[in-house]
Design a protein around this ligand. Structure first.
Ligand code: ADP
Ligand code: DP6
Ligand code: CO
Length: 369
């Protein structure tokens, strides 16, 4: 069925441009997963190259549940580059980041196959769909740009190249979704970004007991995009400076060790503190960026109450630039926690599925009874 979805969209393009032909002789389709940061990336030192002010650490989910799916066709019969996201055309002319990704891929084609190779001149058509809410603080830009770059690289045989740094120039967090498992995006210090790279801390087989519960509190588009929100924080927040200098370096070292040691309590505590500090920076931004809502705060209290009652840190939360919660928990504690959770936050949908240990409950708005 996945293939049918893709065909519908790709052949939808032939309707717009009846003479379309595909010299790649195939449609290349890939999936990319989201990643959830435990140490948050927030603030750039270079807007154009997307170089961050601080290191970040994340866990990449499996593709089974939340993913972007992107299809690419290319050839001389395509008159201009085009990209559709969730069935709607995205203007490329005004989107520097999309242009950047297309250009960087074309540079690699030339580097690999020479300036006169026909592929370098081919125009490219892209169709992408997210199977989860876009721009709602659920890391769609991470999955989306990782998928775009990975699919283009597949289409043009560029898989051995450094795709992470191209994905980074689409959306910072996307550089981490190129890798599975636990990932460390090193901020680096080079002006050109040669040392701003994502490296795998441990692959996706590491710590298989680790689960993520995603609580979709609100799936509508956020008012302030991550890009704009972090720009404003860099311009106005004093707390952001303190965070970057005094907190993130030590936390990064500690959480990497906790991941390697499978020390859940340490991992969980750092994750919660970093999420809280990130949202404090958002409030310290002027005018403030308010991403959490009442339900988010109730989830935070619920987690702390639960941990207090069990006398251990059994579960932790983290929130991106949106009200939706990501909870980390170990498999052994999952069912007892879930049964408590749904008493307080009932969901109209059943816990949908288990993917490499990640559970997601979805509902438009989790409400107290
Ligand atoms: P999120 O919290 O979902 O990451 P952002 O504000 O960071 O929200 O980014 C959302 C933007 O990312 C979208 O408006 C779009 O420009 C881009 N994006 C999301 N999904 C895709 C995709 N599948 N392909 C290309 N770009 C995407
Ligand atoms: C809160 O990667 O979406 O999710 O680089 O401007 O595209 P741009 O921003 P983006 O920012 C993600 C911010 C975050 C934290 C994180 O994922 O590390
Ligand atoms: Co994003």
């Amino acid at each position: 069925t996945t293939f049918l979805v893709q065909l519908r969209h790709v052949y939808g393009l032939t309707f717009i441009e009846p003479n379309i032909q595909n010299d790649m002789d195939k449609v290349v389709t890939c999936l990319a997963p989201v990643n959830i940061a435990a140490i948050k990336y927030w603030g750039k030192r270079d807007e154009r190259l997307i170089l961050p002010l601080n290191d970040s650490v994340s866990l990449t989910l499996d593709c089974d549940q939340m993913h972007s799916q992107t299809s690419v066709i290319a050839g001389p019969f395509i008159k201009e580059d085009g990209i559709w996201l969730n069935g709607q055309i995205m203007p490329i002319e005004t989107n520097e980041r999309l242009q950047k990704c297309f250009n960087l891929i074309r540079q690699l084609i030339v580097k690999r196959k020479g300036e006169n190779c026909p592929e370098a001149k081919w125009k490219i058509r892209v169709c992408s769909e997210n199977n989860f809410p876009t721009a709602a603080g659920l890391a769609s830009s991470a999955a989306g740009y990782a998928c775009l770059v990975y699919t283009l690289a597949n289409a043009f045989d560029l898989l051995n190249e450094d795709l992470s740094s191209i994905a980074r120039q689409g959306s910072g967090s996307a550089c981490r979704s190129i890798y599975g498992g636990f990932v460390h995006w090193k901020a680096g210090i080079d002006d050109l970004g040669s040392d701003s790279i994502a490296v795998q801390i441990a692959d996706d087989t590491h710590w298989p007991e680790m689960r993520i519960i995603i609580l979709v509190v609100n799936d509508s588009q956020k008012k302030t995009s991550s890009t704009v929100g972090m720009q404003k924080s860099v311009e106005t927040s004093e707390l952001l400076k303190y965070r970057i200098q005094k907190c993130v370096p030590e936390r990064t070292t500690q959480i990497i060790q906790a991941i390697k040691d499978k020390n859940f309590e340490q991992f969980a505590e750092i994750t919660m503190k970093d999420s809280n500090q990130f949202h404090a920076v958002c409030l310290d931004t002027y005018p403030p960026c308010v991403y959490l809502n009442q339900v988010s705060h109730e989830i935070i209290s619920f987690v702390h109450d639960y941990n207090e009652a069990t006398g251990q840190i059994k579960v932790s939360y983290t929130f991106d630039a949106g009200p939706n919660a990501f909870l980390f928990i170990l498999q052994n504690d999952l069912s007892s926690f879930m049964s408590e959770l749904i008493k307080v936050f009932p969901t109209d949908q059943p816990i949908s599925s288990y993917i490499r240990g990640i559970v997601s409950t979805q509902s438009d708005m989790l409400k107290k009874p």
